[in-house]
Design a protein around this ligand. Structure first.
Ligand code: ATP
Ligand code: MG
Length: 426
């Protein structure tokens, strides 16, 4: 049996990187008063249709939707923002009158063609700053993406920024763009031809050369923006400059989700080939109202964890976890008594692995050597008779037998030894 196409098992030697990332994110985000939120993976299909938008790729062809046994239309969430907006409304988080600063990490589902950096079940780390129209909020969230990437040793990336205006400005622009593109319709790539009526703005980030050449003389989105939009955007740019966060303005950057307005941004890397976007985000001032909540401006982003992992994994200061102590027993009495030794180890907070194989001491010692432990504790009939225990220091090959009563004291050595070994192996 295989895992489903586009899904992956994350095995223990990989999980330690995920735990590291989770802890770093918690550390960086709680400093700025962001709290973790976990929303359900299952939501009503209509939530995503109403928020992400009917004409988008995600809703059109990428959703994992099904009808449950109660005849409800359910979708495995393809992204986090819509669910959080829903949660903000249904839990009346607006009642506190405080800016809600939330973050999440969890699996997302999109029916796409799997390839490097693109899966059907993937994970996003995301943040949402809900309740402020201030360009400072845009700067705060972008700065936090920057901080997290830095904390994870990811330094070579490009931040691209654009102002995509509000719905009215975009509609004005859409009309101009369609008018300009219609005479070239036959020359556009297939996807762009379809998008001309459903989602013309997405044509701007088409990767097709011919389409891009046609677009060179197209009207610019900036020309349809009002002063208010431009002022907001200029402030965001000014704050980022003051923060020494480098960025490029890319006036063709539009995002694949309908709810964004004003600021839209992406963080890209040169290290990943064609799946080069690690983070996408922007403002979504109308989403919460559109879903039936009060008029609440918000801004946020999401980082794709699998893509980020591909870049940072080998640079993270992580040692594979090995138990410090290996426990070998010989005979029935020892198997009963070993639990008393385990109690001592737990009290001293020492990691251990108990051999469960019921094989000869020799074989157990072989496994002890393989396990990477520093010390093997051996409990056999002799030891039990004399209330002793045998310690075999696996790196030095030294062996000693001591009174069980002295074990705690003797075990203190292990910390010093482990410290020295770690220094040498780094
Ligand atoms: P792309 O253009 O690569 O499809 P997107 O615009 O659909 O990305 P968003 O919806 O903005 O992506 O999601 C934010 C981030 O989540 C992306 O930048 C990417 O890192 C990650 N991501 C999106 N889809 C996938 C996927 N199928 N597999 C792995 N990561 C993904
Ligand atoms: Mg996509």
């Amino acid at each position: 049996m295989q895992a489903l196409r586009g899904t992956k098992d994350i095995l223990p030697d990989e999980i330690i990187f995920w735990q590291y990332l989770y802890n770093k994110a918690t550390e960086v985000l709680s400093l700025s008063n962001y709290s973790e939120i976990r929303t359900p993976i299952l939501e009503s299909t209509s939530l995503f249709q109403r928020s992400i938008g009917d004409g988008t790729d995600i809703v059109n062809k990428e959703m994992y939707s099904f009808i449950d046994q109660g005849s409800r239309n359910i979708t495995l969430r393809p992204e986090g923002t819509a669910s959080i907006a829903r949660s903000f409304i249904s839990n009346k988080l607006y009642q506190s009158n405080q800016t809600q600063r939330l973050w999440y990490l969890g699996p997302m589902f999109r029916y796409e063609r799997p390839q490097a950096g693109r899966q059907r079940q993937f994970h996003q780390l995301g943040i949402e700053c809900i309740g402020s129209p201030n360009p400072m909020a845009d700067a705060e969230v972008i700065r936090l993406a920057h901080n997290i990437l830095k904390a994870l040793n990811c330094h070579t990336y490009k931040l691209e920024l654009n102002c995509i205006g509000d719905l009215e400005e975009r509609n004005n622009y859409k009309a101009k763009l369609i008018e300009y593109l219609l005479p070239y319709k036959q020359d556009l790539d297939n996807d762009s031809q379809k998008r001309l009526t459903i989602n013309p703005l997405r044509i701007l980030d088409s990767k097709d050369q011919k389409t891009q050449t046609i677009l060179m003389n197209a009207p610019r989105l900036t020309e349809s923006l009002t002063t208010a939009s431009i002022e907001h955007f200029n402030l965001v740019c000014e704050y980022l400059k003051n923060l020494n966060i480098p960025f490029n303005i890319n006036d063709q950057l539009v995002r694949g989700l309908d709810y964004y307005n004003h600021t839209a941004f992406e963080i890209k890397t040169d290290l990943l080939g064609s799946q080069d976007t690690i983070c996408g985000g922007g403002r979504y001032d109308k989403l919460i109202k559109q879903l039936g909540g009060t008029d609440t401006p918000a801004v946020g982003w999401a980082i794709g964890i699998e893509r980020l992992m591909l870049i940072v994994k080998n640079t993270l200061p992580i040692n594979q976890q090995k138990p410090l102590i290996y426990l070998a027993t010989h005979g029935m009495e020892a198997q009963k008594k070993i639990w008393e030794i385990i109690l001592i180890l737990e009290k001293e907070q020492l990691t251990f692995e108990l051999d469960l194989n019921n094989s000869s001491l020799q074989k157990q010692l072989k496994r002890a050597n393989k396990s990477g432990a520093i010390l093997c504790l051996i409990l056999g009939n002799n030891e039990i008779e004399k209330q002793t225990i045998t310690l075999k220091w696996l790196y030095q090959g030294l062996q000693e037998t001591i009174q069980v009563a002295n074990l705690s004291k003797e075990l203190k050595k292990i910390h010093i030894l482990n410290h020295n070994l770690t220094i040498h192996s780094n």
